[in-house]
Design a protein around this ligand. Structure first.
Ligand code: HEM
Length: 508
């Protein structure tokens, strides 16, 4: 009897507190929450679409309860500005799920750190050291080498007589660029040989990434209902093993770099070298260095590949745009050489194609959730301390009140009006804005534009035989990062002289 009394009184206390909180604050409207689970069972899997539908019914700022946690979602330009500019500092904490807390050692990295002295310090390392224009330029040969490897591999596959006319799984090639680019940039390692064979460290790296995803997904429901957690105990052992495995691999790579620096007397431009040489200056713990390196993998790998896959789907659906971008490339780059990043400034239409793709298909449509570290008011409603705040950048970029024919893929709109996409214009926020804006935005834009430029300059892209452009499935997979539900398949036809498809490997 007594044993039952304890949880019952705990639940009653919790419910009373929640009711008190709801009465005390003027919360944004939203679908009626159920006791205990809140709106968890009403949320459709593709969350940003579901929130956009609710915004139609309840208005541009809504309350959605994940169990007993209040989530506020804003879906228009003005409210995005209130969240990311006017109340930026009070809304700059992060909600850490139990798995995120474990992976990040309670926010010792950047992505999962709350706003505070640690965050400010690590962010400074990113802005002043890791993502400077100088370092981005120094790492450019890596990006160009990986894009050249992608072109070569597509060429080999589409000209192979056995494959002739067969469709390619576009994501396979984009994923390889993203993987090799980020591992070379962060760890100074290309785990995959020119022949496509992955080495032992690379296999271990991939196994760690996929194990991390598996562990992260295993806890979902109990995350939101604290008193249910006893039924879903955190697999302490599995998390500890995962952390130790990740640290072991990262330390081994760090040691290799330290040794190489000692032997050569100079540091390379990769993030691992930069962080190790800056460790003392910024007083960075080993946990922070390892956390930061893995943040780059988490945040910078899939986002770029996904953005290009969506862009390619739009270009195949819209042959007019594809042809116009190719005409621009032909007149600026010609048929005697390949494009480089130095050509970007002479390729305004290509840049608009990348921007238009990021408008319609931001890879993180709800950004990453922010958490309130104080009670604040947004849109005249209260957001109590501890609530999560999401900006539906997908919905904002399709808002007919802001955009003419918002669903049309028309890059020309950005030639008519230049709209910033790096956090200065609240109509277009694929990288977020304010204190937590994506530090890798310029790197992401360069890589996406470069991949698109090469794909379009080197090949003509059409749907698989028997598929009409309008039949390409443009629906999304559920998840924080939005893949195409049906991976894009396409036919590539070379359009340049064959010597321009050869990669000359660069070792930096
Ligand atoms: C097209 C590519 C990319 C897109 C669309 C994108 C988008 C975003 C967004 C929306 C956020 C969350 C902002 C917020 O919480 O308010 C973010 C955060 C972040 N991104 Fe990116 N990103 C991209 C590429 C990259 C790359 C290439 C890197 C690094 C190599 C990177 C590193 C990060 C990091 C470390 C954060 C966490 C920042 C923080 O919490 O302070 N991203 N990104």
């Amino acid at each position: 009897m007594n044993i039952l009394l304890i949880p019952i009184s705990f639940i009653t206390l919790l419910l009373t507190y929640k009711i008190y909180q709801r009465l005390r604050f003027k919360l944004p409207p939203g679908p009626r929450p159920w006791p205990i689970v809140g709106n968890l069972y009403d949320i459709k899997p593709v969350r940003f679409r579901c929130f956009a539908e609710w915004a139609q019914a309840y208005g541009p700022i809504i309350s959605v309860w994940f169990g007993s946690t209040l989530n506020v979602i804003v879906s228009n330009t003005e409210l995005a500005k209130e969240v990311l500019k006017e109340n930026d500092q009070q809304l700059a904490d992060r909600h850490r799920s139990r798995s995120a807390a474990k992976f990040s050692r309670d926010g010792k990295d950047l992505i999962w750190a709350d706003y505070g002295p640690h965050y400010v310090k690590v962010r400074k390392v990113c802005t002043l050291e890791l993502f400077t224009p100088k370092r981005l330029e120094a790492l450019r040969p890596i990006r160009e080498d990986e894009v050249a490897a992608m072109v070569e591999s597509i060429f080999n596959d589409c000209t192979n007589p056995e494959n002739n006319g067969k469709t390619l799984l576009v994501k396979k090639y984009l994923g390889a660029v993203a993987f090799n680019n980020i591992t070379r940039l962060a760890f100074g390692k290309r785990f995959v040989s020119a022949e496509g064979i992955i080495d032992e460290q690379g296999l271990e790296f991939k196994a760690i990434v996929s194990n991390g995803l598996k562990l992260g997904a295993s806890l979902a429901m109990a995350e939101h209902i604290p008193w249910l957690r006893w039924m879903f105990p955190l697999e302490e052992d599995a998390f500890a093993k995962h952390g130790a495995r990740r640290d072991r691999l990262t330390r081994a790579i760090m040691d290799e770099h330290t040794l190489a620096r000692q032997t050569s007397g100079g540091a390379k431009q990769h993030f691992v070298d930069a962080l190790l040489t800056l460790q003392e200056k910024y007083d960075l713990s080993e946990d922070t260095i390892i956390g930061l390196l893995w943040d780059m993998i988490t945040a910078g790998m899939d986002t770029t590949a996904i953005s290009v896959e969506w862009a390619m789907a739009e270009l195949i659906k819209n042959p007019r745009v594809q042809q116009k971008a190719q005409e621009e490339l032909d007149s600026v780059v010609g048929f005697e050489r390949v494009m480089t990043e130095a050509d970007f400034s002479a390729l305004p239409y290509l840049q608009c194609v990348a921007k238009e793709a990021l408008r319609l298909h931001p890879p993180t449509p709800l950004m990453l959730p922010h958490r309130a570290n104080a009670n604040v008011k947004v849109g005249g409603y209260d957001i109590p301390k501890g609530s999560n705040v999401h900006v539906n950048v997908w919905a904002i970029a399709r808002d007919p009140a802001t955009w003419k024919n918002p669903l049309e893929f028309r890059p020309e709109r950005f030639l008519e009006e230049d709209v910033d996409m790096k956090g200065h214009d609240f109509r277009l926020l694929p990288f977020g804005a304010g204190r937590r804006v994506c530090p890798g935005a310029q790197l992401g834009i360069n890589l996406v534009t470069s991949m698109l430029g090469h794909l379009l300059h080197h090949f003509c892209w059409t749907p698989p035989e028997g598929v009409k452009p309008e039949e390409i499935d443009m629906s999304e997979n559920p998840g924080l990062v939005t893949y195409m539900r049906t991976p894009l398949q396409a036919v590539a036809t070379p359009r340049l002289p064959s010597h321009l498809y050869k990669r000359v490997a660069v070792d930096i």
